[in-house]
Every structure is written in structure tokens, then in C-alpha cells.
Design a protein around this ligand. Structure first.
Ligand code: PMP
Length: 388
């Protein structure tokens, strides 16, 4: 019997066996030729995954929060005006981080489950000169998907730098960094990139690098300073040894394998796979009579789904039942709604089989809690879409 449960939370996700094997390979020196080659390959492949030919990748030990911190530390100077578009918990976090670096922060927050209207963003941008705008592509707390392309267009129109928190979207949701003109797209390894937690990954436009180079003040965070990391990224890309802080050798070996798999699948195909699985899953939830957090279907992420518990069913008992049948889902995260909903991650190497198991487990929990529904209707709905 397999001694493990199916991990279907919005990160960390289930990882590919080859990625885990790379993680467990003997650790080499960070200046060994094979490691230098792996690091250089990762940098080159990141451009392919982020869909940019000119962006500057950074691969640094840290979590997604550190990737946000790194972007803010390097691009914000005291008294800069920063506009934060918040669709939930992680948008609010970007506001907190920006304040730490002395920014004057304006937050445009959506209603729970909704997005901020483009007109409101334009109104804010035209009312005051901002240095940068932060966007959360998929706020993992709500499962709401924002359209970064149209916000980035506005940012360009008003000559404002754009930072996209893609922690829950890069390599799952469509992002064309260069074509859409997004200045920073950042993520962490444990989500759709498909590598265990521990890597902060950013790609920064040349325009943002220029603005960074022309800073008037020094970066107030030693570890995050691009001045320390840029020479390292350049050295590895040129297949030269280098050192600033010891790189997480095994994680980078795993990253190389995962990026190879992503590039091999092809970005367009990968985005479509995520979409199809997400649509099947969402429709299954709706067929079961459950309500989604996003207020409209077209605002629902393709990397995770947030679903309200049915009224009169205790969330903790519901998730416990699901865990007993070997599927792990996540509870709520948004403080105001924490106990009211649950979340299912479906990103990275997710396949049809995984969501079929999740839907079956949810049906089982609904049945155990005497929720009125037609047994099998969720599975039937999803299978119809998946078989198409
Ligand atoms: N932004 C988003 C959208 C996220 O989903 C997360 C993690 N769930 C983070 C930032 C923070 O990442 P980490 O937990 O790796 O610090």
C-alpha cells in the first residue's frame, strides 16, 4: 500500500519523481562544472517559461515572500508612491512589504471574490504619479484570477513599473512577460514550477534594472540587494564559477529537471492543460451544488479553486473526512472568511486522475454529512469535460 496521501493544496504540490530524484542526488560543490552548467541552464530556461528574451532572471534561496521582498527592496526608495492592487491576503502582504522600504502605499482592494475594476486603477494612476504598481495574479487566499495584461498596459501608459506576484500562477496561468510589458514577474518553487519549497525566482525587465541602477539611496536589505546577486546570475549564465551566498545546490538540480519538463511540455499546452482541469473541477463543484469564492466563473484561477463549505457542515470535520480517504485539501486563508471555505490546488504536474480523486473524496464527505445532492454528479460533470 502506498503510504502517502494525495497532496492537493495550493502549494507545496505533488512533485515529479525525476525532480525528487534530482533533489536526492549527492550534493556537489557550488563551483563544480556540473552545477555551474545546471545553474546556467536554469537561467536560460526561466526566460522560456516567463516568455521573455531580455529579462534578467534571479534564482535565490528563499520563499515567495522573499521574492516579493527582493522586488520591493530593490525597486522602492523611501517616499516612492506605490499602488497595490489587492484581491486578498497576498495583495495586502505586498502593501506591508512596500511600507517597510519607506513607500507611500495606496491600496485598491477588491470585494472578497472580485477584482478591482480597471477604471478604478486608471483613476488612481491618473490622479497621482506612482513609481510602481503591484498586482497579485492569483491570490491564493481567494482563488481569484486577475488579468495582468490590461493592468500592465495601464502601467505602461502612465510610465509606472509593474510587479506581478506570480507565486500561484507562473507556469500555470498564461503570462507573456515581454509582450505584456510586465517589469517583474516573481514566484516560488513549490507551486506550478514544481520544485520543493525554498527557491525565490524572479525575472526583471531591463527597464526595471535601469531604474534600479539609478537609485539615489542604497538598498536597505543586504541579502536581497541586486548588486550582490546580479554578478552571480551573470557569472553562472556565462558558465563561470562565482560566490555570494551558498546556493541551494540540490534545489537547483531539481529546478533544472522541472524547468526541462515544463519547456518540453510547451507553455501554450501547459496553460491549456491547467485551464481544462480547472474548468472540469469548477463545473463539478457547481454541479454538486457548492458555491465558489470568486463571484464569477471568469474570475476563477486555473491553478486553484476556493469553495465555500455548505451551510451547516463543519469545515474541520469535512476536511478530516477527506483526509481519511487519503486526500489533503487546504482550509481557508482570508482572515474574514477563514472558516467558511476550503481550497484545492490543481497546478504543476496535476493530471485528470488527481482531480477525479479529489471530486470523489468531496462527494464522499458531502454524503457523510447528509448534504442533499445526486451522488456521482460531480464526477460525471468533470469526466464529460475531461473526455472532450
Ligand atoms: N504570493 C502568493 C500569491 C502566494 O500564494 C504565496 C504563498 N502561498 C506567497 C505570495 C508567499 O509565498 P511563500 O509562502 O513561499 O512565502
Amino acid at each position: 500500500m502506498k503510504r502517502r496521501k494525495l497532496l492537493m493544496i495550493p502549494g507545496p504540490i505533488e512533485f515529479e519523481p525525476k525532480v525528487l530524484a534530482a533533489l536526492g542526488a549527492p550534493t556537489t560543490s557550488h563551483v563544480a562544472p556540473n552545477f555551474i552548467e545546471s545553474f546556467g541552464n536554469c537561467i536560460e530556461m526561466m526566460r522560456k517559461v516567463w516568455l521573455t528574451s531580455t529579462g534578467q532572471p534571479f534564482i535565490v534561496s528563499g520563499t515567495g515572500t522573499f521574492a516579493m521582498d527582493m522586488a520591493a527592496a530593490n525597486l522602492i526608495e523611501p517616499h516612492d508612491n506605490v499602488l497595490v492592487i489587492s484581491t486578498g491576503y497576498f495583495g495586502d502582504r505586498f502593501a506591508e512589504i512596500s511600507k517597510r522600504y519607506g513607500a507611500n502605499v495606496t491600496i485598491l482592494a477588491s470585494e472578497v471574490g472580485n477584482v478591482v475594476a480597471l477604471e478604478d486603477i486608471e483613476k488612481a494612476l491618473s490622479a497621482k504619479k506612482y513609481k510602481l504598481i503591484t498586482i497579485t495574479h492569483v491570490d491564493t487566499s481567494t482563488g481569484v484570477l486577475v488579468n495582468p495584461k490590461s493592468i500592465a498596459e495601464l502601467a505602461k501608459k502612465y510610465n509606472v513599473l509593474s510587479i506581478l506576484d506570480g507565486v500561484c500562477s507562473v507556469a500555470g496561468e498564461e503570462i507573456q512577460q515581454e509582450e505584456w510589458g510586465i517589469d517583474v514577474v516573481l514566484t516560488a518553487s513549490q507551486k506550478a514550477i514544481g520544485v520543493p519549497p525554498g527557491l525565490a525566482l524572479l525575472v526583471v525587465s531591463q527597464k526595471a534594472m535601469e531604474i534600479f541602477k539609478n537609485r539615489k539611496t542604497s538598498v536597505g536589505n543586504y541579502y536581497a540587494d541586486f548588486n550582490n546577486w546580479l554578478p552571480i546570475m551573470k557569472a553562472y549564465e556565462n558558465r563561470q564559477p562565482s560566490y555570494f551566498g551558498t546556493p541551494p545546490v540540490n534545489l537547483i538540480a531539481a529546478l533544472e529537471v522541472s524547468l526541462q519538463q515544463i519547456v518540453e511540455e510547451g507553455m501554450e499546452k501547459r496553460f491549456l492543460r491547467h485551464q481544462k482541469i480547472a474548468v472540469a473541477f469548477r463545473e463539478a463543484m457547481i454541479a454538486l451544488g457548492l458555491k465558489l469564492l470568486p463571484v464569477q466563473k471568469n474570475l476563477s484561477a486555473n491553478t486553484l479553486t476556493a469553495v465555500y463549505f455548505p451551510e451547516n457542515i463543519a469545515g474541520s470535520a469535512f476536511l478530516e473526512h477527506i483526509s481519511k480517504i487519503d486526500v489533503i485539501l487546504a482550509g481557508g486563508l482570508l482572515p474574514s472568511h477563514k472558516t467558511l471555505y476550503f481550497r484545492i490546488g490543481h497546478m504543476g504536474s496535476v493530471n485528470n486522475n488527481d482531480i477525479i480523486a479529489v471530486i470523489a473524496a468531496i462527494e464522499s464527505a458531502l454524503f457523510a454529512n447528509e448534504f442533499p445532492f445526486e451522488m456521482g454528479i460531480g464526477l460525471k460533470t468533470a469526466l464529460k469535460i475531461l473526455n472532450n
